[in-house]
Ligand binder design. Structure first.
Ligand SMILES: O=C(O)CCC(=O)C(=O)O
Ligand SMILES: [Fe+2]
Length: 253
């Protein structure tokens, strides 16, 4: 486990009381309680082969991209990914998982934003993402769901998170394939080193709440990456509420 050898471990002026592997929930009430306390929660994706296909797709994408997050680290965030059937199928598969829908409703993150996530190639050392940070300047406005598409061990660049209400409690996102992590991107987190010979692939999907569009919320610079209306098509009716602009279009027609 990361410790004294990792400088970023000491970046925050907070005494660390505990580090534990993130618990994975099946029960909605317990999951919601965990979110209230920590600002994130892990749950299981319905088991399909979507994860396997997404793993291959995302790794291919990252291998053809520049290392834009530091040496051996690639972020592939883009709304365009969802024009690809594999990404799109994975998104639908995620949204069809009842616990996932329930939790997105609970936190009010029912508007799809974009998808991508990071690949941390084998033997990737420290980089900016391995320092403690927040992704947005406002709480409860953007929520990210990351999917473990392969088992992630403690030395395979897992994500670290700090509890919202108990900052001394830290959680490491390790475990088997099909574990999903829902997190408020305002929660403190960091990546870690990959000390294995296996590439860590962690696709993610982002959803925004009404709060995201409030003034001074960094919304304007981010909204340019929103999926354009003209590209929205073939979304199953039950899932339309996650695509508000398409929903208003279909009501008009
Ligand atoms: O993928 C990682 O290990 C860290 C990425 C990160 O900080 C993020 O996705 O916001
Ligand atoms: Fe981040």
């Amino acid at each position: 486990m990361t410790g004294k050898h990792d400088a970023s471990y000491f970046d925050m002026p907070i005494t660390t009381h505990s580090v534990e592997r993130i618990p994975v929930f099946y029960d909605a009430d317990m999951a919601k309680e965990f979110i209230d306390e920590n600002g994130f929660v892990a749950f299981y994706l319905k088991n399909t082969n979507a994860s396997e296909m997404l793993h291959t797709k995302m790794l291919g994408l990252a291998r053809n991209s520049e290392h834009n997050r530091g040496d051996k680290r690639v972020c592939v965030n883009s709304w365009r990914n969802c024009l690809d059937p594999v990404w799109f199928t994975s998104l639908i598969n995620l949204l069809k998982t009842p616990l996932c829908q329930d939790l997105l409703d609970y936190v009010g993150a029912t508007n799809f934003f974009d998808c991508g996530g990071d690949v941390v190639f084998a033997a990737a050392g420290p980089s900016n993402p391995t320092k403690w940070h927040r992704d947005w300047n406002r709480p409860q406005s953007m929520w990210n769901i990351s999917i473990l598409v392969h088992p992630v061990e403690p030395d395979m660049a897992p994500l670290w998170l700090e509890s919202k209400l108990n900052p001394g409690n830290r959680f490491v996102v390790t475990g088997g394939a099909n574990i999903c992590l829902l997190r408020d991107v305002y929660v403190w987190h960091r990546g870690s080193e990959n000390n294995t010979s296996i590439d860590r692939v962690m696709p993610s999907f982002r959803f925004y709440t009404a709060k995201a569009t409030e003034p001074d919320s960094e919304w304007e610079p981010k909204r340019s990456s929103l999926w354009p209306e003209s590209s929205l098509h073939n979304v199953p009716v039950g899932l339309l509420r996650f695509f508000p602009r398409l929903f208003s279009l279909s009501e008009m027609s």
